[in-house]
Each structure stands twice: as structure tokens, then as C-alpha cells.
Write a protein that binds this ligand. Sequence first.
Ligand code: UD1
Ligand code: CA
Length: 477
Amino acid sequence: MSETSPAAVLILAAGEGKRMKSRIPKVLHTLCGRTLLGHALAAADELNPARLVVVVGHGREQVTAQVAAAAPQAQIVRQDQQLGTGHAVRMVTEAIGVVPGTVVVSYGDMPLLRGETLRELVDRHHRAGNAVTVLTAQGDAAGYGRIVRDGDGEFLRIVEERDATQAERAIDEYNSGCYAFDGTLLADAIKRVTTNNQQQQEYLTDVVDILRGDGHRVGTMLAANAGEITGVNDRAQLAEARRELNDRILDGWMRAGVTIIDPASTWIDVTVTIGQDAEIGPQTQLQGASVIGEGARVGPGCLLEDTTVGEDAFVLHAVCRQAEIGPRATVGPYAYLRPGTRLAEGAHVGAHVELKNASVGPGAKVPHLTYVGDATIGAGANIGAGTIFANYDGVAKNHTTVGEDAFVGSNTVLVAPVTVGDGAYTAAGSAITDEVPPGNLGVARGRQHNSDGWTARNRPGSRSADAAKRVRSDESI
Ligand code: UD1
Ligand code: CA
């Protein structure tokens, strides 16, 4: 824990978020690979707080489950009725008691707020020796609480828009909703907050006035970037926040030496990692725990979820989920790599190929129009166009093994469970149901029979019959 680590961060997330018009609680809507709340938890985590507390109310069960998954160390405090931001904080002090030290309060619906900004707030708070330091912003203040100062510019209090006078509404500095408090003083002051306001709610903002009235020092920190503190209230704001956060993520990768051809059509989750000199093409989305190796080229037109791409690999127009693509492997265009696909170094998967739970060995090729399910393909093997690994017998999924440097002829059906040995071949069009031992050729199809003169007999006078006639020496047909 660093010297400036707060004693606690409280995240208020009990509100309903009516304007989302959703079955999902507002804070569980996602952007750039995390929920709104997930971003708030990640920012809080950057402060290394001794305790992390989330206030939940609406959609309590779903929100609690998300907190347990994203931040298992967090404590949950219930606020069954949303009687105001002050009431929410009072529920916390009633549940966990006084927290001596610095207590940061933030919201679950401000996904653009950086941990860095919170850290700076805590640092300023400590250096100034304040009882409370309010993070403020300047700009279009409509809808926000205004920061009221006296003639000398001394911070006095926060007034909500609905309670503000005409003159107060003209103030362009507003309250972000994010604060650093002295925990002991907060616990005392929160008990004295009244509901004497237009909404008849307990306002956390009133704590500022109470503390100043007690003779404590109150202060503000103006956010360098007002955009960071915009909350998400509806889906249009969610889209704006997503665009903003995505721009930030892309900017970070470009500064780290990644080429992004078209930032406007590229979407990268915060959880993705990309190596230097990788190139991300247009219309590409990199999601979840995806890792892109150095020098790899991904896109145009890729959707990768929890997928690893090795160094200098090339993936074009592909959908890949929970797949591993080895170094220098090539994928696409128009490939679908489903969970459990593992391509070794230099392997190639081509157009209109789908794989699932399948390992493709080093340098092996599956170039065209093929389904590979539940299989192991050895190094250097070649799978002919149109091959189907028939893994499902209607009851169970079965495994197919193709050996090293084996050659599976075009349009083979490999009926699992089955093995094609090292260096073995299958004849094109075979339905292979039994083992093909190493070095053998497996042929499993009807032998060809030609019916001589069939066209002349059955399609007399047709263009086909004329064509045949032109090249046949036996004038009788
Ligand atoms: C609040 C501030 C306002 C500030 C604005 C910034 C107060 C009284 N006002 O206003 O000065 O400019 O935030 O966005 O604090 N919440 C609970 N329980 C409640 C009420 C709210 O958990 O009982 C949570 C909400 O889920 C939300 C956050 O607190 O995440 C803010 O609540 P909201 O109702 O949006 O506050 P505002 O009225 O916008
Ligand atoms: Ca709000």
C-alpha cells in the first residue's frame, strides 16, 4: 500500500437508471470489455484502497454477482430504497462503522474516470489537509450540482440545480460526484444531513456545508478533462462514452508502437494486449483477454474474442473465439475459429474453414471449405478442399487424428472416431470410417464405371451429343 492509499473507496451503484430502458441494471451495461461498474472498480483498484465498498439497490442480485466476479475483495452494502447519495453513504457507515483515514466516494456509472485522476484527488486532499476535497469540472453544467464560492473564490458549498437560484445556475463549475473525505468527519457529518431540499432526499453534497460550518477545511480539485466525469444515463451517452474510451485505448496502443489503419472502425477492449509493430486493419474488434503478438497483422474484418495471435501471424476476415493462433500462422479470409482451436507455428487455415476443439500442427494446411471438429492434425499434413471431419454421430462427439505429413484428399469425410496415420493418403471423395495405417492410401468410394455412348442414346440431338460427336472417331455414335 502506498502512503496515499485511501482507507476506503465507496462506489455508489444503487440507482435504477430508468433512462436506459433496460432489463439489465444500468451499471451492468458494457463498454470496451467491462461493465460500467467494472470500469469503476478498476479505477478504484488503482488506488489500492484498504477496503472497497459497493452500495447496491436496484438489480441487487445481478450487481452483487458482478462485483463478486470482478472484485471479490469488495464489500457489498445494501440500500433498499434510494433516498439520496447521502443516504447511500449513511448506509455504509451504519453497516461497516467509522472508517478512519481517507474515504473516496465515486459512482458506478462514470466509466471514463481514470484511476490516475482519483489518485491525484487523494494526493491533493492529503497535501491540503482537507476534511473534504471535491472533484469538480468546468463547462456545460446543466443538470449538475454547482460549486458555490464567495467573493474571494473560497469554496462554500454545492447547490443542486433544482435548488439553485438563477445566479447559482449561471455558475459553470460543477460537482463530479466524486470526493475524498476524512472518514471520521464524514461518518459524523453524514448523520446530520437533512432532507430539506426540493427532492426531499439526503444529499451527500450537504456534507461539504456541514464540515465547513464545523470549521474544517474544504477544497476542490478541477478535473483537467471534464469528459472524464460524464456519467452514463441513457444508451446515447453509453455510445458516446464507448467511443471516447475506445479512442483512449487506441491512442495508447498507437503510442506503444501498434499500427491502427482505421481508428474509426476499430474497437479494442481494455483487457486486450498488443505487441509492437502489430497492425490492426479496418473493421476489426479485439475483445476480452485477446493477445496480439509482435508484428502480427489482424484485419481487415476480424472479430477476436479471448484469442491469442502469435508473432507475425496474419488473420484476415475471421471470427475467432477462445482460439490460439501460433506464430507466423495464417488464417482466412472467411475463417471461423471456435473455442479450443489451436494452430501451431506456420499453420494455415484458409477460406470458408471452420474449426472447433482442434489442433493443427506446425506448417499443416487446411486451405479451403472444410469443417474440422474435435481433431488433431499432425505437422505438415494437408487437408484437401471440402473435407469434413464428421465428429458427431448424433449422440456423442468423437475425435479424429490425422498424422504428420498425411494427405487427406479433397472432399473426404472422416467419420470419427478415426485415425489417418503418419504419411498416409486418402483418396478424394472417400468416406473414411476405418483407420488408414501410416503410409497407406485409404480409398473408400464406389469405383467409376463409364457407360459408353450414353449421351447419344439418351440425349440424341442435344448440344452435348453434338459436342461428343465432334471428338469421337466412331461415326456410328
Ligand atoms: C449527484 C450530485 C450532483 C452531481 C452529480 C454528478 C447529489 C445530491 N448530487 O447528482 O451534485 O453534480 O451527482 O453526476 O449527490 N445513488 C445511490 N443511491 C441513491 C442515490 C444515488 O446509490 O439513493 C447513486 C446512483 O446510482 C448514481 C449516483 O449515486 O450512480 C448519483 O446519483 P444521481 O441520482 O445520478 O445523482 P444526481 O442527482 O445526478
Ligand atoms: Ca446522475
